[in-house]
Design a binder for this molecule. Sequence first.
Ligand SMILES: *Cc1c(COP(=O)(O)O)cnc(C)c1O
Length: 428
Amino acid sequence: MIDFVSTRTPSGPGRALSEALAQGLAPDGGLYVPRAFPHLDPAIFEESTLVGRAVRLLAPFFAGDRLEGELPAIVAAAFPFGAPLREASGGGRTYRFLELFHGPTAAFKDFGARFLAECLSRNLEEETTILVATSGDTGAAVAGAFHGRPGFRVVILYPDGRVSPRQAHQLGAFGGNVETYRVSGTFDDCQAMVKAAFQAPRARTGRKLASANSISLGRLLPQMTYYADAALSCAARSNEGAHETSFVIPTGNLGNAFAAWMARALSTDTGRRLPIGTLTLATNANRMLVDYVASGEVAPAATIATLANAMDVGAPSNLERLRHFASDRAGIAAVSVDDAAIAQTIATVFRETGYAICPHTACAVAAAPADFNGVFVATAHPAKFDTIVTPICGPVAVPAGLAELLARDAHAAPLAASADALLDALRG
Ligand SMILES: *Cc1c(COP(=O)(O)O)cnc(C)c1O
């Protein structure tokens, strides 16, 4: 069995995957990581679909866990939509995008949130409240994944005025077992409130809490799968022998990019790896990761509000995982992109190719040199950020799932940016 340990006590006792999934954050405040990486199953190289590859990739992480036998069903239920590679050409240039926005809430977070929901609902012991801080897209993905699931309630905190109007509407539109709060503070305030609630005694919250933030292993692990899928698909199409695909990844809390790093770090017992090449983290003006990659110093900064708001993170929580494994920062580059470059890049790509991209995806494009021949990770559908994208590209068609949510009424209650305010709301 593979066991999972806290980044803060890596030689301490390990936990089974299901237990780590249910807990979210480790009791000592650290993040769960595998004690050692399991071997990659060489059968993954014979698979040709996202679901098939995902099952092979994740099975070693589930080995010996009580959910092991359910993994194929979990993956099939979680990812009924694909992660297609899409080319956009024009102006003498071809851009390749890995479109991760075909899930119900139109951002890549549907992959992790839906996988986590499938795992947790197969392990449910008592009524559980999923408590989640969101910089915009997580909350909707988590609410969508748990909405209407018996035994679950969802509490969402988002920074008031710092998400796009459509994101705000979407966050408040679920109702039912989903409660939404707009916090008078930043995303980092929301994250700190959630952390405090997890560390508070059960008597103070009055409910069993579980996490669905990007610190949750249940979100992190499935995010490896689309990198494996895209890299293997590109290699299969390529006529060069050992073709590796490089990715530029829009990055905020480092969940998505860390999953890519982990997928690349895996190897079979004979040393064979997935054909994943260089990884470039594209941040917005919140450049802590860029400074970390350059200097090795960790200097959390106040959050800056940007056009790519789902990446407005001053202190990315998954950095603790990267530092646990990769003290040398090898094989990672990081580039910060300002708002002017984001807007200009959306305009340039649209003018050249007619393809509209969201502001986060624009960070990835802007972070790479013009001769980059890898894949840009497209983390959200541009229609989610219409107030930014429409003035540049004109109206963008709204995907069906998003349109359905936008047609509903929305409600979010105001909440002060303090741990006590949240604890009172949870008890109330
Ligand atoms: C959450 C999000 C990101 C950042 O992902 P991390 O895992 O936090 O680094 C980028 N783009 C979009 C659209 C997002 O919703």
